[in-house]
Design a protein around this ligand. Structure first.
Ligand SMILES: [Zn+2]
Length: 243
């Protein structure tokens, strides 16, 4: 079966659900990089918090690869900046804190085994009943490795929370559908219209990724207007494995 996200242009045919249909229990949002939680799930976070649901956020990498050559923002400074941007964004969405695992940006896959114990402890202490993970076939290797890291930890713990997966880099037309899978998934959209402007405000907190704030690295990363427009819809797209 081809990657189900390969035809992202048809996503508006996926069913639209209200947050009331989710009944999530304790929610954990897992982000490979500081900003993925807001881009992929910012609307869900705001809607869940408006219903007073418990939402925890785990950010896996330190995000320091976005501007590797900046002298004004060397890695420790960039890490602190991106973590503060995350906290600012989450505050707008109704979440007061986050946990930062600080694995090296760009090489999460190489650190799965060393981070596993820490992730297991984290899952034991937070005991989520619903986990939002990056889509397991996202074109970005850090996103796939993040899915693997949590998946392996859950196998060790022998617990099976509901897993809801969110695409990020499949939205990029150049990268879309580059990974194929035999996994059967169902796609649906969460109606986030009432929190659309809150989500936009939260995304704007990521000034290091969306503006010229860091202007001394010609190879620096920037979320393009085209990419950002994909996350400005009045809904968010999710996948769940059909078992
Ligand atoms: Zn990412």
């Amino acid at each position: 079966m081809a990657n189900p996200v390969a035809a992202l242009t048809t996503v508006t045919t996926f069913p639209l659900k209200s947050v009331a249909t989710i009944d999530p229990g304790r929610v954990l949002i897992v982000a490979p990089h500081p900003d993925d939680e807001t881009l992929g799930c910012g609307g869900a976070i705001a809607m869940l918090r408006s219903r007073n649901e418990s939402v925890q956020v785990l950010v896996v990498s330190d995000g320091t690869l976005s501007h590797p050559r900046s002298r004004k923002f060397p890695a420790p400074v960039l890490r602190a900046l991106r973590e503060q941007e995350t906290l600012n964004a989450l505050q707008i969405l109704g979440v007061e804190s986050a946990t930062f695992l600080r694995l090296p940006d760009g090489s999460i896959e190489d650190h799965i085994s060393t981070a596993l114990d820490q992730v297991i402890s984290y899952l034991q202490s937070t005991s989520p009943t619903t986990i939002f993970l990056p889509w397991r076939c996202d074109p970005h290797p850090d996103h796939r490795a993040t899915w693997q890291l949590i998946h392996q930890a859950l196998l060790t713990l022998s617990i099976a929370p509901r897993i809801i997966e969110y695409p990020i880099w499949d939205w990029d037309i150049e990268q879309r559908g580059s990974i194929s899978t035999t996994v059967k998934v169902t796609g649906w959209r969460l109606d986030t219209a009432t929190v659309q402007s809150l989500k936009q405000q939260a995304i704007e907190q990521y000034r290091s990724q969306t503006t010229d704030l860091i202007n001394d690295d010609p190879d620096g990363f920037r979320l393009t207007p085209e990419m950002l427009s994909n996350f400005a819809q009045p809904w968010e797209l999710f996948f769940e494995e059909i078992r």
